[in-house]
Ligand binder design. Structure first.
Ligand code: CO
Length: 139
């Protein structure tokens, strides 16, 4: 199967924010958008806010813990675009395929927000963009 067959769509755009209430105000002023879901991912030390942006979603990421990966990212690089998340049919197969192709997944497949199973690929392997791959968690 050609690799392109694995891509379903751009699932969401992740944006790191220092204070979600400020950024939520920006998107409400821009587009009248409000979050349809707020979810803690305690294992990652983040709180996520999801906005419906039509053909994709925005995931605002706020650090609960300054020592989390996101907290350190905010401290060193500031807020802004954080990652692109691509939906695939089988995130476990994608992890194995990309690892054998020489990409460096940032850890194993794990539970993410919004009922997804996810992993990230090192941005040095993906033209400087942190890429998330995700599949729907099976019921
Ligand atoms: Co994400």
């Amino acid at each position: 199967m050609p690799p392109n067959d694995l891509l379903v769509r751009l699932e969401h755009v992740g944006i790191a924010v220092r204070d979600a209430s400020v950024t939520l105000g920006v998107y409400e002023a821009l587009f009248g958008l409000r979050p349809y879901k707020v979810e803690e991912v305690s294992s990652e030390g983040v709180r996520t806010y999801f906005l419906d942006a039509g053909s994709t979603k925005l995931e605002l990421l706020e650090a609960n813990d300054p020592e989390s990966a996101l907290g350190r990212h905010l401290a060193t690089r500031g807020q802004g675009l954080h990652h692109l998340a691509f939906q695939v049919p089988d995130v476990d197969a994608a992890h194995a395929r990309l690892e054998s192709a020489g990409f460096r997944p940032l850890g194993p497949v794990k539970e993410g927000a919004d009922a997804k199973r996810i992993f990230f690929v090192h941005p040095k392997d993906t033209a400087g963009v942190l890429v998330e791959l995700c599949s729907d968690r099976s019921p």
